[in-house]
Design a protein around this ligand. Structure first.
Ligand code: 5GP
Ligand code: ZN
Length: 113
């Protein structure tokens, strides 16, 4: 989709710190991290939100989130983990290309989600 920043990042047109990439997804570090290691799963195909993404990609995104949570927890030694996905402005969505937040949590941190 034209003028979608996450389409451009997911497709490699705009560089981002990439933790993982396959044919369907790119996982990047969030530019304004809520905690150390905060990352985003971006599908390469544009879907604005959970209502638009296909069942197949939604299932793959959740499986990837599960794998990333395992790997990131082992690498970062975090104490917990949030997986967050916002839909609509009132729900906190600011970029209208489906994404899942991977937020490592640390004992005593003060992340407000
Ligand atoms: P939302 O509020 O839509 O759920 O999440 C959007 C997230 O994307 C925010 O956490 C914000 O910091 C992040 N973000 C916005 N623009 C960029 C960007 O250009 N690059 C990266 N890496 N993250 C971005
Ligand atoms: Zn997009």
């Amino acid at each position: 989709m034209d003028n979608c920043i996450f389409c451009k990042i997911a497709g490699g047109e705009i560089p981002a710190a990439t933790l993982y990439e396959d044919e369907n997804f790119r996982v990047i570090l969030d530019l304004g991290p809520a905690s150390k290691g905060h990352a985003l799963i971006l599908p390469k195909a544009h879907a604005a939100n959970i209502y638009e993404i296909s069942d197949e990609l939604a299932a793959k995104a959740m499986i990837l989130a599960k794998k990333m949570a395992r790997v990131m927890t082992d690498a970062l030694h975090c104490d917990g983990f949030n997986i967050v996905q916002n839909n609509g402005e009132c729900a906190g969505q600011t970029v209208f290309h489906f994404h899942m937040h991977l937020i490592p949590r640390y004992n005593g941190d003060s992340v407000g989600i």
